[in-house]
Design a protein around this ligand. Structure first.
Ligand code: BG6
Length: 505
């Protein structure tokens, strides 16, 4: 296979949309500021703006994002972004738009320039755009980058893929899952495979179960019509959380190369059993039905808790309990490996009362690791008591880049490692398919609770493991905004404070 070509021009379909405004343009500005985006940017949109209006739009987006993160705008960098950006206006169904786009590419980057086409438009338009590009021959020298959601189920994902595959081979289709652009998510691989401490423990012999929590303390706010058509399973489980699960459980890849990593992920996902509705609790927070845009009689879930089983040699018999939802008590993404108890309880007086050892990998808002061990309580007798060994990565290592900056950097460079390959998307749809659209109302839960009561006991009678105090007491700044969806970006809710600093944890 030929090495990927670097993008010589970035084409942004949907430059006037909400996703571009909140996430993409601020990320491009930060890349320009660091000198990492030097190619021309051509926006494509229905709205016809002159140069001044386009420049003002870019400035508005950058200033709003900087205002949210409390940062200063680098006027010189903004000016560079404005100078390098132009607009082609028109309806995507009109072939003339693509002729004008081809002319603009020639004008700004040359007649043979390799383009990266970023589709921040509703998925229903992906095929139309791919056809339009092919109609003027641009498909032979470009890469397509598409936003989530990729389909609504296995069949629609395959149908969408067929539309793109008419013109683009797999190695030139980059499917965005912004969780793959999060450094703490990728760090799961480094923590697991750059060390020898964890990996010997990481199997059925030592691990009793995993618990994965993705909680958000805000509701769907002004994203009602987007969210109601999607629900928690499609919004964050099928994509983000199954990618996290794959990093957490997969075997070591043959190398750090993109396809070796993606092969290892695909193999793991193939081993994950389809969800059994009997091991799933769907919930809906009180008041959801009053949200503007939500259909009356909606049965969409805003919370899900589910048990996954991995039918392979390493994980047979080790359940993975996962919960995700809106309007929960906290905003957090973390993974807990609960270890098996020692074969004999040698120390009386308390051993039975404490929880087993845990390894907690915290991905956001404040990435870090806590290993909970038992040590002797001072005083008479051998009474074990818990001690958390904790590291906050930002304090030790400093801040990291936001997901969208990495996504654009990689898309331009042609590095597919942090994009979802089609086989993993298909596997993910296969796994969640039994719980999509059951057509019955989810169980109610109070805002600020951990979901319906039935979910509390999903991992067993003792419930989910509790947070060690070190985590709950620490003031936790939020991670960089990263919600993705061309049709309904996250971070638009009033209840959700957006932080878009260039570097963050
Ligand atoms: C988005 C979902 O893809 O991810 C949102 O559409 C969710 O509903 C968001 O809030 C979470 O992303 P992050 O980066 O803010 O944790």
């Amino acid at each position: 296979m030929e090495p990927p070509r670097a993008g010589e021009v970035l084409v942004l379909f949907g430059i006037t949309g909400d996703l571009a405004k909140k996430m993409i343009i601020p990320a491009l500005y930060r890349l320009v500021r660091r000198g990492e985006l030097t190619v021309p940017v051509i926006g494509v949109a229905l709205t016809d703006w002159d140069d001044d209006r386009l420049r003002a739009h870019l400035a508005d987006c950058v200033r709003a994002a900087s205002g949210r993160s409390g940062g200063e705008v680098d006027e010189e960098a903004l000016e560079r972004l404005q100078r390098s950006t132009s607009l082609v206006a028109g309806d995507y169904t009109d072939p003339a738009v693509f002729t004008r786009l081809a002319d603009a590419i020639t004008e700004h980057a040359g007649p043979t320039a390799f383009a990266v086409h970023y589709l921040a438009v509703p998925p229903a338009l992906f095929g139309t755009v791919a056809d339009g590009l092919a109609g003027v021959g641009l498909h032979t020298r470009s890469r397509l980058v598409v936003e989530k959601p990729f389909g609504r189920d296995l069949a629609s994902a395959r149908a969408l893929q067929a539309l793109l595959a008419k013109h683009y081979p797999e190695d030139r289709i980059f499917r965005v899952d912004h969780f793959l652009g999060k450094e703490p998510v990728e760090d799961l691989l480094v923590l697991r495979f750059a060390n020898t401490l964890l990996e010997p423990l990481w199997d059925r012999q030592w691990i009793d179960r995993f618990e994965v929590t993705m909680a958000e303390d805000f509701d769907v706010a002004d994203r009602g019509s987007f969210y109601d058509a999607v629900g928690t399973v499609r919004d964050v489980v099928q994509n983000h959380l199954l990618q996290v699960l794959a990093y957490l459980l997969m075997d070591a890849p043959l190398s750090d190369a993109a396809d070796d990593q993606r092969d290892a992920k695909a193999r793991l996902l193939r081993a994950v059993r389809r969800l059994d509705p009997a091991e799933v609790v769907r919930g809906r927070y009180d008041g959801y039905l009053d949200t503007p845009g939500v259909a009356s009689g909606s049965t969409t879930e805003t919370f899900v808790a589910a048990t996954f089983h991995v039918d392979d040699w390493r994980w047979a018999g080790v359940p993975v309990h996962l919960r995700a939802g809106k309007a929960l008590p906290d905003t957090v993404l973390d993974v807990v490996a609960v270890l098996r108890p020692p074969p004999r309880a040698l120390f009386s007086g308390g051993h039975a009362a404490v929880q087993p050892d845990r390894v907690r990998l915290r991905l956001q808002p404040r990435a870090g690791i806590t290993i909970t061990l038992l040590a002797k309580q001072p005083g008479q007798g051998d009474i074990p008591t818990e001690i958390p060994l904790s590291v906050d990565f930002r304090e030790v290592l400093g801040p990291v880049h936001a997901p969208y900056e990495r996504i654009f950097g990689d898309a331009l460079a042609g590095d597919p490692a942090h994009f979802a390959r089609m086989d993993t998307i298909e596997q993910a749809w296969r796994i969640v398919e039994p719980i999509l659209d059951p057509g019955i109302a989810p169980q109610p839960y109070a805002r600020g609770s951990w979901g319906p009561e039935a979910a509390e006991r999903l991992p067993g009678p003792a419930g989910w493991v509790t947070l060690p105090p070190a985590w709950t007491e620490a003031p936790a700044p939020r991670d960089t905004a990263g919600g993705t969806s061309a049709t309904g970006p996250a971070g638009t809710g009033a209840a959700r404070p957006a932080t878009e600093g260039a570097l963050t944890r």
